[in-house]
Design a protein around this ligand. Structure first.
Ligand code: AMP
Length: 217
């Protein structure tokens, strides 16, 4: 049976970094809704144009288009064994839609929902010092996780840039949106006995170790 992991937690807590590490370790595909939107933006698709106004403000893209985008992605062959979902779902309606689409995919379900948490001051510090690679979305932090050479991705040599929505006003808005619309998903998955709380203030290595231990259970 396919295995689906939903990584929960506020912006800046390290979901993207961790998803890449545990994807490499487990072979499960990393599916990031934010990366998919950014790819659409880069390719100037109609979906990218629609998403852009929401993303620059730090607001959520409407559920219907987000759900359709994820459905198209996880029904591809490379998610046959499952996936690590990063940034989706972000609302209860998206979580319900996910449950339905997995059920349609041969009765799969969300097996595990790690909830990574950290205080707001840490999130702001991490987001505003974050540099992202243009080619594949690898993330670095100017002090906590610097690249070997400035502005160049260690993994694929592409340019590192600061996302528009990692600039200060939008960062605060994104955290507010998380608290107002997404944090409730902790209760959603707790009620379904799949929530596992993980302390996101630990080192990257310790968070990965905690996640991998959880996934083995
Ligand atoms: P992220 O890279 O996960 O921080 O996402 C960047 C932006 O993409 C968010 O601030 C939203 O505008 C949009 N986005 C990503 N995932 C979702 C989602 N599941 N629902 C709605 N909007 C999303």
């Amino acid at each position: 049976m396919a295995k689906f992991v939903v990584l929960l937690g506020p912006p800046g807590v390290g979901k993207g970094t961790q998803a890449k590490i545990i994807s490499d370790q487990t072979g499960l595909k990393h599916v990031s809704s934010g990366d998919l939107f950014r790819e659409n933006l880069k390719n100037k698709t109609a979906l990218g144009e629609l998403a852009q106004s929401y993303m620059t403000k730090g607001d959520l893209v409407p559920d219907d288009v987000t759900i359709a985008m994820i459905k198209e992605r996880i029904t591809r062959l490379d998610c046959e064994a499952g996936a690590i979902l990063d940034g989706f779902p972000r609302t209860p309606a998206q979580a319900d839609a996910l449950a339905n689409m997995l059920n349609e995919l041969g009765g799969a379900q969300v097996n595990c929902a790690p909830w990574i948490t950290a205080p707001e001051a840490i999130l702001i510090e991490r987001l505003s010092g974050r540099w992202t690679c243009r080619a594949n979305g690898h993330v670095f932090h100017e002090t906590n996780n610097p690249p070997k050479s400035k502005s160049v991705c260690d993994f694929d040599g592409s340019e590192l840039y600061q996302r528009d929505d990692d600039k200060s006003d939008t960062v605060v808005r994104r955290i507010q949106v998380y608290l107002g619309q997404t944090a409730v998903l902790a209760d959603y998955y707790r009620a379904r006995k799949t929530l596992v709380e993980i302390d996101g203030t630990q080192s990257i290595e310790n968070v990965s170790a905690a996640l991998l231990a959880t996934l083995k259970q």
